[in-house]
Ligand binder design. Structure first.
Ligand SMILES: *[C@@H]1O[C@H](CO)[C@@H](O)[C@H](O)[C@H]1NC(C)=O
Ligand SMILES: *[C@@H]1O[C@H](CO)[C@@H](O)[C@H](O)[C@H]1NC(C)=O
Length: 321
């Protein structure tokens, strides 16, 4: 019995020793872990930071991205600044006119086609014409080709409504300047997109616009909705805008925005600046609401289809010579 008990005691001693050995091993492993904790922690921090960066990047894709293509202060001269974009399929729904139908699409801005003095003369022309009436809402137009002028909630034809008196408002020089400028715009569009300028035609509507911050009274005043010119006006192939006032000093808001899938790209108006682009879905755009001041611009549009060509605006002949 005694022997047996001793053996048992030895047995329990042995388990004690085993436990100690195990504890020792555990402690050694623990200190090995503690020794490597620094680098592991750094690795974890790095992984977390990378994760955060990726998350920020992904969420930023979701929220609004706005890039300024051309700011008010820049002077784009002598060559236009050109941004090429892939043509949409819009043009396939229409007859193709080689030498004119867009094969290369994009948008461009130039400050060297129209001088600031010319822009100021055109702006005065617009001010005089629009002073004859104007929309009740914040956006008025004057179309010298059709004679359409915003009046209250509708439009009148200035040539019919004012008759001969219109010759006291506009001069032959005003119309000559408009024709000159539109010819230069046509040339720069042709050069930029590799077109034959003689195969491009002015199309309607072509108009002066005056926008201030007064709220819309009718749909005609709602200029800020995103749109595609070729969808709105099937005849358009190239759209151009000539700005007659300066973003930031003459007005605030009112920037032109190309709405691309991966972000919005703005052009800040500057008197004498011409912005032009192919009219299809590749150039979905909108104009930001004007928040202060008055913004003047001219829209000049071109078609490749001779059936939609219009003649240059001209001052009607006086009936009294
Ligand atoms: C572009 O702006 C519009 C609002 O003007 C916004 O809804 C849209 O998310 C913006 N697009 C991108 C890709 O940032
Ligand atoms: C905007 O223009 C219209 C027409 O000239 C004018 O009646 C209105 O007071 C103007 N609004 C502002 C905020 O200047």
């Amino acid at each position: 019995m005694v022997l047996l008990r001793q053996r048992n005691a030895q047995g329990s001693n042995a388990t004690e020793i085993e436990k100690k050995i195990k504890r020792g091993n555990a402690l050694r492993q623990g200190s090995a872990w503690r020794a490597s904790r620094g680098p592991v922690a750094l690795l974890l921090i790095a992984v977390t930071l990378c994760g955060a960066a990726v998350w920020l990047y992904i969420t930023s894709l979701d929220s609004e991205i706005t890039e300024t293509l051309v700011s008010r202060a820049e002077l784009v001269s002598p060559q236009p600044r050109v941004y090429t974009v892939q043509c949409s399929e819009d043009y396939e729904n229409y007859q193709r006119y080689p030498g004119c139908t867009p094969q290369k699409c994009g948008r461009a801005v130039t400050d060297s086609v129209v001088t600031r003095e010319e822009a100021q003369l055109l702006r005065r022309l617009a001010e005089r014409g629009l002073a004859l009436a104007g929309s009740e809402g914040g956006a008025s137009i004057l179309d010298l080709h059709s004679g359409a002028l915003s009046m209250g909630k509708q439009f009148v034809n200035i040539y019919r409504y004012f008759g001969d008196q219109i010759r006291d408002v506009f001069t032959q020089e005003d119309f000559q300047l408009y024709r000159d400028v539109r010819g230069r715009i046509q040339t720069v569009i042709a050069e930029t997109f590799g077109l034959d300028p003689t195969l491009m035609y002015l199309t309607k509507p072509t108009f002066f616009s005056r926008i201030n911050s007064t709220g819309a009274k009718t749909q005609h005043d709602e200029y800020w909705h995103p749109h595609i010119d070729k969808v709105t006006y099937g005849s358009f192939d190239y759209t151009s805008l000539l700005y007659l006032s300066d973003y930031g000093s003459d007005f605030t808001g009112g920037r032109f925005i190309f709405m691309d899938q991966n972000g919005n790209r703005t052009v800040e108006p500057r008197a004498g600046r011409v912005s032009f682009f192919s009219s299809g879905t590749e150039n979905l755009h909108r104009v930001e609401r004007v928040t202060w001041g008055t913004r003047f611009a001219i829209t000049v549009s071109f078609t490749c289809d001779p059936a939609h060509a219009i003649s240059d605006p001209a001052l009607p002949e006086g009936t009294h010579g």
